[in-house]
Design a protein around this ligand. Structure first.
Ligand SMILES: [Zn+2]
Ligand SMILES: [Zn+2]
Length: 531
């Protein structure tokens, strides 16, 4: 007796091979049968006629670290996209490791720098072991894998000031990283526009990357620049990869600002050259032309030294130099008219959903001065969308087979009573949108597109038993209508379910059926060392 029999589906197995018709049998969380005429009794039968049966989508770049811990909060927006596994802790700021000294600032950084809506939640887990237990008590909607944020690690060991570590501090960071990797973290993330990760230098990164290499764990990076200095930023990271042989994963690859537009081929050529020399470099991307981060991303690193509280003190009486630097970064991102304020956390509700130029005008201030006033009012955290990317670059990057898809988003419920703001639509539509774009623009075959969101991220993460459909693999499966799959979320109305996703099966259990979440959450923490 099977647990689940999926009948009449079309298998796209993730390897890039051509699709084929077959029935799939699942027992005890594992794919146990794949055969054309398979007809064994099963506890549940799913008719997948005219549907694609794919491995579950892997969101390799996510920030849902704390989503499972909200009370009365359904983690829906990732599951409804067909995602079975999220990798959290990206962009240099994870919810752990923490200690009594760093906990408050780490929480502020998650809420401020990464613009996560935490509503008073505190990052309370000291280690990945605590986190796995915590998720055991409060299961996630999907499985979760964890990266150690370099900023969190640094803050935990040496605080949040702009300075290099002492020899002892660097050793303590390496030891703590080693401990978390031993206990199951998939790697470490750098966030080189976000203090305190951005205070690190090449020497520090190489020491830590060697620890990662020892565990065959990955190094992900939000690069130091994605605009004017993007080529230097790539060079910096290639040096780390060269010196440590770590697997480098460049996060949300893109070119910010008009002067950079049209350089995607040049950027890709640089990365491909490194790959041709034998360096392990892969990337991820979200399929949008607007970015999303805190308004403080326009504030220079030196003005953020000491954490959000210290930054607000400097912003309260901004020097001429500080205002000039904010203005320069604002122009790099397209100017105040391209910055959409997502939420002021009830401090200036009339500006939620308004562009920064209009908010500044209403305040009768220059836009750079308005940045300081708004950030101070909201304790340093104002999520914004920046419309600063070119569609053609996005498509050029998307065509590459070594670049996977990562939402850079957060697992939200679809309940407008719980989410009063309008977050970036990437949290709701990234994966359906990717499949929709590749279909509509005929960028690649469905088989190639599926490989980029299943087998490729699984291989990068070292997940040997997930990411493809074969007998003996874990039963993470997404069943969808390839002709109908579409993103319905937008910048003005984000909380919309995508079309075309019918079933999501995680570890052999049905999490989404006929397009709706079923039963209690059962997602758990996957540990790297188990593979
Ligand atoms: Zn980032
Ligand atoms: Zn991110």
């Amino acid at each position: 007796m099977l647990d689940i029999l999926i009948k009449n589906g079309t298998i796209v197995d993730g390897t890039g091979s051509n699709r084929y018709q077959a029935n799939v049998g699942i027992t005890d969380g594992v794919i146990t049968e794949i055969a054309k005429d398979l007809d064994i009794p099963a506890k549940s039968i799913i008719d997948a006629e005219n549907q694609i049966v794919s491995s579950g989508f892997i969101d390799i770049h996510s920030h849902s670290d704390l989503s499972p811990f909200f009370v009365n909060y359904k983690m829906q927006s990732k599951l409804y996209q067909g995602i079975s596994l999220e990798i959290v802790g990206n962009c240099g700021i994870s919810c752990l490791p923490t200690n009594d000294k760093s906990r408050k600032t780490i929480t502020e950084l998650l809420e401020g720098a990464l613009a996560l809506p935490l509503n008073g939640m505190v990052a309370e887990d000291n280690s990945i072991t605590d986190y796995a237990e915590h998720i055991g008590r409060c299961p996630a909607a999907t499985n979760v894998g964890l990266l150690i944020g370099h900023g969190t690690l640094r803050g935990c060991v040496m605080g949040f000031d702009m300075r290099p570590p002492t020899k002892e501090e660097l050793q303590a960071m390496a030891d703590l990283l080693d401990h978390e990797l031993t206990h199951g973290a998939f790697g470490m993330s750098l966030g080189l526009i976000y203090p305190p990760s951005s205070y690190g230098d090449l020497e520090e990164f190489i020491v830590l990357a060697k620890v990662l290499k020892k565990h065959e764990a990955i190094l992900t990076v939000h690069m130091r620049s994605e605009s004017t200095h993007i080529f230097d930023a790539v060079r910096e990271m290639l040096k780390v990869a060269e010196s440590s042989h770590v697997h480098l994963q460049i996060s949300h690859l893109k070119l910010i600002g008009k002067p950079q537009w049209g350089k995607a081929d040049e950027l890709l050529a640089m990365i491909k050259e490194a790959r041709s020399k034998g360096l392990e470099v892969t990337c991820d991307q979200y399929p949008y032309t607007a970015t999303s981060t805190n308004m403080a991303a326009m504030v220079p690193g030196w003005a953020q030294s000491g954490g959000p509280e210290a930054m607000c003190q400097r912003l309260a009486k901004p020097s001429k130099e500080l205002l000039t630097e904010i203005k320069i970064e604002m122009e790099r991102r397209g100017g105040a008219g391209k910055v959409l304020i997502v939420s002021t956390h009830d401090k200036y509700p009339e500006f939620d959903g308004v562009t920064l130029d209009k908010a500044a005008k209403a305040l009768n201030l220059e836009p750079e001065m308005a940045v300081t006033v708004l950030l101070c009012a909201a304790n340093g955290g104002i999520p914004c969308c920046y419309f600063c990317l070119a569609e053609e670059d996005m498509l050029t990057i998307m065509r590459e087979q070594f670049i996977c898809v990562g939402s850079d988003g957060y697992a939200f419920p679809f309940d407008k009573g719980l989410i009063s703001t309008n977050p970036h639509p990437r949290s709701f539509g990234t994966f359906p949108r990717f499949l929709q774009i590749t279909r509509e623009q005929q960028l690649m075959s469905l088989e190639a597109a599926i490989a980029k969101i299943t087998a490729l991220p699984a291989a990068i993460l070292g997940l040997k038993d997930r990411g493809t459909i074969a007998i003996g693999k874990k039963a993470d499966l997404t069943i969808f209508d390839a002709s109908q799959i579409a993103d319905r979320s937008s910048y003005t109305d984000a909380l919309r379910k995508p079309a075309g996703i019918n079933y999501v099966i995680i570890d052999g259990k049905i999490a989404l059926a006929k397009g709706e979440q079923v039963g209690e959450d059962f997602g758990r923490v996957l540990l790297h060392e188990q593979y």
